[in-house]
Design a protein around this ligand. Structure first.
Ligand code: FAD
Length: 426
């Protein structure tokens, strides 16, 4: 922990917790209690890790999951909700199965990590001691990375890059559009969660407009990146299913986003301005606050990890999995978070119970639906190399592929969704 972070933490303790804080669970008396793993964040990263350690250690490790929400709505497949292929309810899962697998659930926010004492401080002031900690808080949005944008502006110009009310607002606004209206998406800069996500979302916008017979409507993507994930197959698919409807502008075309105005819906670039009936602004991203405040992130805003074990490079008692970490060649995805969490679970169990650990191996696939039964994918296998998580093999959908391959991809993606939510929450 840097001096600054230590000082910041001490000040925080002095201000709010020191007088009242008491351990939520009694600290371990040597030789008696079980070793303790505490996990912050119950998404696909933290949820998988907590569940796998509890299950695979047969109760030999005392596992606590700290997560303020009582249910988890997945961002993954939320684009299919936008397109009308899924219900919101089908994306929402409880923590009951994680609890039944032996994990203690604490539905509260973690406010701070006292790395010196190896304790997590809850929002209510109570302390949870750990032998190993896993931090998996996902991302925070850098609202001010887009001039004029803010958390308040997101009520008019949703990002919908975190699940919940934002996704519902986006869908409500989409369904209220009239023929001739313009949708503008401001896409995020790298690195961000779900690299193909913005472009799948645009496909789903277009599918909804097409289904409603909106022939005069346009979708403009203002991208801060010169290229994007699966670009060739997305662009081919847009031309095939939604000819003339979607316009993608790279920075050379728009020259930079100068401002967004939530009151008027106006988005101004160096080249001109757009009046958006629906503006979907997806700002730059960084690791969740708890990880940054604990001094686990570097200047990039994300958390460096050791690729052999998913341990923080700042603190070997702490694992970082999922979107908050710097995953080398892996993208930030639920698939990746689940894969990283399984490596971290194996190592945590080995650290705490002496069980055997095997070399780290990781996998990822990201599917994207362009139109009904036209689904494309990208993925790979990964292992530690050159101090990073390195890609060892890769695959990607090709342009001109047969319709049955794309249909099979869609089926695969649905099977994957059912599989991962059963693995974590089922
Ligand atoms: C539109 C969209 C589409 C996507 N599609 C796909 C897809 O098709 N496939 C795919 O693999 N991925 C997809 N993703 C990406 C995927 O959703 C994320 O990569 C994944 O959710 C990351 O998991 P995580 O566990 O790291 O973080 P999260 O899922 O964000 O979970 C973090 C959890 O930590 C909790 N938390 C945060 N701070 C604290 C704290 N201080 N104390 C306690 N708890 C805390 C939060 O409440 C949250 O429940 C998509 C994302 C988006 C936005």
């Amino acid at each position: 922990m840097s001096d600054l972070t230590r000082r910041h933490f001490s000040a925080l303790l002095g201000a709010s917790f020191a007088a009242t804080a008491s351990p939520l669970f009694a600290p371990r008396a040597l030789g008696q209690a079980k070793p303790k793993l505490v996990v912050i964040g119950g998404g696909p990263g933290g949820g998988t890790l907590a569940r796998y350690v509890a299950k695979d250690s047969n109760g030999a490790v005392d596992v606590t999951l700290i997560e303020p929400q009582k249910t988890f709505t997945t961002c993954f497949f939320s684009n299919l909700y936008v397109g009308g292929f899924r219900t919101y309810q089908s994306l929402t899962h409880t923590y009951d199965a994680i609890g039944k697998s032996g994990v203690k659930l604490v539905h509260e926010m973690a406010a701070a990590i006292d790395r010196d004492k190896k304790q997590v401080v809850l929002a209510g002031g109570q302390r949870v001691p750990y032998d190993r900690l896993a931090v998996a808080p996902g991302i925070d949005l850098k609202f001010d990375s887009v001039p004029g944008y803010s958390e308040a502006a997101a009520e008019m110009m949703p990002h919908a890059w975190k699940p919940g009310a934002q996704t519902e607002l986006l869908v409500k606004r989409l369904n209220a559009l009239e023929d001739g209206d313009t949708i503008v998406m401001v896409a995020p800069p790298n690195p961000y969660r779900c690299p193909p996500g913005p472009y799948e979302r645009v496909s789903m916008f277009a599918h909804v407009l097409k289904t409603k017979g909106h022939k005069k409507s346009k979708i403009v993507i203002l991208d801060p990146k010169p290229a994007f994930s699966k670009q060739a197959v997305f662009m081919e698919g847009w031309e095939k299913h939604y000819p003339g409807m979607i316009e993608w502008q790279d920075p050379k075309v728009h020259g930079g986003i100068k401002s967004v105005d939530p009151k008027t819906g106006e988005i101004t670039t160096d080249l001109g301005s757009y009046k958006a009936a629906l503006a979907n602004i997806i700002p730059a991203q960084m690791a969740g606050k708890i990880a940054r405040d604990a001094g686990l992130a570097d200047a990039s805003g994300f958390c460096p990890i050791d690729p052999d074990n998913m341990k923080s490079k700042m603190d070997a008692n702490i694992f970082i999995v999922g979107d908050a970490c710097i995953p080398g060649d892996m993208p930030k995805s639920a698939f990746a978070a689940n894969s990283q969490a399984k490596v971290a679970a194996m190592i945590a169990r080995a650290d705490l119970t002496g069980s055997r650990a095997f070399p780290a191996r990781y996998n990822n696939t990201c599917w994207s639906l362009i139109a009904p039964d036209d689904d494309v994918k990208v993925g790979g296998a990964y292992e530690p190399g050159d101090g990073n998580i390195k890609q060892t093999s890769t695959f990607i959908s090709k342009t001109g592929e047969a319709a049955d391959i794309r249909k099979q991809n869609y089926k695969e993606s649905v099977d994957w969704y059912n599989g991962i939510v059963a693995d974590v929450f089922g």
